[in-house]
Design a protein around this ligand. Structure first.
Ligand SMILES: [Zn+2]
Length: 171
């Protein structure tokens, strides 16, 4: 299976190009579910993968951001599971008599594991923030090249420099 592209045009109505944040299918499902009906066709028509070659540094920054974003999602899920396990071990400990060393052991072990998962999530968040900053910086640096590529790849686009809904106030 081909790896999913990293950069897309108009993931949001007010962005020209940016790296996806998670699978693009999730974003498309969100647009269908949450955006006003009259906007959905335009949003979906112009949300498409960037096909042309990007500067190597920018391409790599996008890949790094997507990898970091994936790690954030994974570590968040793992921390949530560890938190559930800790909550249940705590309930068991409350119900147990003091000499039930098994319950105490299970509680402290679950707390230790939750803390480690939380540390991992914090580290992933920091990585994601850092890589996003770099990516946004490079998107500004390469803006002229990106705009030239946009002209080729996104014909009849209503993009006015700020939005794909230039006619509508507030969008
Ligand atoms: Zn466009």
């Amino acid at each position: 299976m081909e790896p999913e592209p990293i950069f897309y045009w108009h993931i949001h109505h007010d962005t020209l190009m940016e790296p996806r944040c998670g699978p693009i299918g999730d974003r498309i499902a969100y647009i269908r579910r949450a955006k006003p009906d009259y906007q959905v066709p335009t949003r979906l028509r112009f949300l498409k993968a960037v096909r042309g070659r990007l500067n190597g540094v920018l391409a790599m920054a996008g890949e790094e951001y997507v990898a970091a974003e994936q790690l954030v999602a994974d570590t968040r899920r793992a921390r949530g599971n560890a938190q559930d396990a800790l909550d249940s071990a705590r309930m068991d400990l409350y119900d147990a008599p003091w000499f039930d060393l098994r319950a105490r052991w299970a509680f402290y072990k679950a707390r230790f594991l939750r803390d480690r998962k939380r540390d991992a999530e914090v580290a992933a968040d920091a990585w994601r923030d850092k890589s996003l900053k770099t990516c946004n910086y490079l998107l500004r640096i390469f803006r002229p090249e990106i705009e030239a590529l946009h002209k080729q790849e996104c014909p009849n686009c209503p993009w006015d420099g700020n939005t794909i809904f230039p006619e509508q106030d507030g969008y």
